[in-house]
Write a protein that binds this ligand. Sequence first.
Ligand code: NAD
Ligand code: GLY
Length: 359
Amino acid sequence: MSAVVRVNVGSGYDVEVGAGLLQRCGERIARTLGPRRAFVVTDANVGPLYLRACLDSLTDAGFTHASLALPAGEGTKNLSTFGELLEAMAHEGMGRTDIVVALGGGVIGDLAGFAAGCYMRGIPLVQIPTTLLAAVDSSVGGKAAVDLSAGKNLAGAFHQPSLVLCDTDCLTSLPDREYRCGAAEAIKVGVLGDEPLFRLFEEGGAPRERLTDVILHCVRYKAAVVERDEREQGERRLLNLGHTVGHAIERCSDFSIPHGLAVAAGLAVIARASAKRGWCAQDTARRVERTLIKNRLPATTGFPAEALARAALSDKKRSGSDITLITPKEVGTCELRRVGVDELPGVIADGLAESGEVA
Ligand code: NAD
Ligand code: GLY
C-alpha cells in the first residue's frame, strides 16, 4: 500500500510513499517518463544496500542504466564531485531526455538534483530518498545545491523532480543518528504549521511504525508552501526555521555535526530567544525544548553566540544590514522577522541554554 501526494509546481509531480516501492521503481518511473537511459547516483553506504534492487527493477521495466556510488557524507556535496558526476554522465552518453535517479539521503539528492538541473541545461530527475530527512524534506521542492568553501548550498538551482518514490522499507536500515536527524526536520514542520504532527513527537516520539504518517504530513505541508512560493520569494523562507543557527553550528563544527542535529539545536535556540524577547510565550519555547529532548535531540549548542552570529552572517540569507529570522509565535504558527545584523549576536545569546545536550 502506498499513498500519493501531488505537488502542483510546473507540470506537477507525484510523491509516492509506502513499503516496497524500490522493487517496483522501474515500472513506476516508466509510467511517468517512459523507459529510457537512467543514471543512478548513490553513496557508498546506500549502494551496497539498495542499488542492485533499483537497477534490477529499471532493467525489468526496459531502462538501460549506468550508476555511480560516491563517498558518503556532506564532504561529497562539493564542486569537484559535481564536476566528476557531470563528466561521468557525459561519458555514459546521457542525452537530453534521459534521467538522473538520486538514490540516497539529502547529500545525494542535492548533488544529483543539481547535476540533473545543469546537464544539457536540465534533464529529468527522480528522487528515491533513503533517509528520513530526505523523505520529509530534501527530496521534495526542487532545491538542489553543492557547498562552497564560503558556505553551504551556495551554488545551486531549482530543479523539480519528475517523481519522488519514498520506500519506507529503506528506512529500516537507517542508523539511529540519521533517524533522529529526520525527526528534527519533522518536528520543525510541526512547529511551523502542523500541531498534530508536533504532538506525535511531544507525546513520546513518533515510533518507526508511524513513519509513513509522519512523512505524509511533512510532504503535504511542504508541497503546499512550495506551490505558493516555489522560488523562496516569501513564504518558503519559513521552511528555514532553525536553520540560521543550525547552519552556523554546522559551519562552526566544520560540518562534523550533521544538518538535522544542528537544525534541532537551532530550533531550540530561536524558540528560547523568541520567548525571552516576547515574540512567543515561555510555554511555546518550553514545549519545543522538551519535545526535542524527548526525541533525543540536542536542545542547545556549546558554540558562543558571537561565533555563531559570524557564521550565520556569512550565510547567503543575509541582505544588506538586516537578516530574516523565522520565529515561532506558537506551536503551529511562525513568522518572518527582520532584525539588524548588529542585533543577531544578542538574539542568539538569548537563546543559548546553560544546560542540556549540546550540538
Ligand atoms: P546524508 O545524505 O549524508 O545521509 C546521512 C547518512 O546516512 C549517510 O552516511 C548515508 O550514507 C546514510 N544513509 C542514507 N540512507 C541510508 C539508509 N537507508 N540506510 C543506512 N544508511 C543510510 O544526509 P541527510 O541527512 O539525508 O541530508 C543532509 C543534506 O540534505 C544536507 O546537505 C542538507 O543541506 C540537505 N538538505 C537539503 C534540503 C533541500 O530542500 N534540498 C532540505 C534539507 C536538507
Ligand atoms: N528545506 C528548505 C526548502 O526546501 O525550502
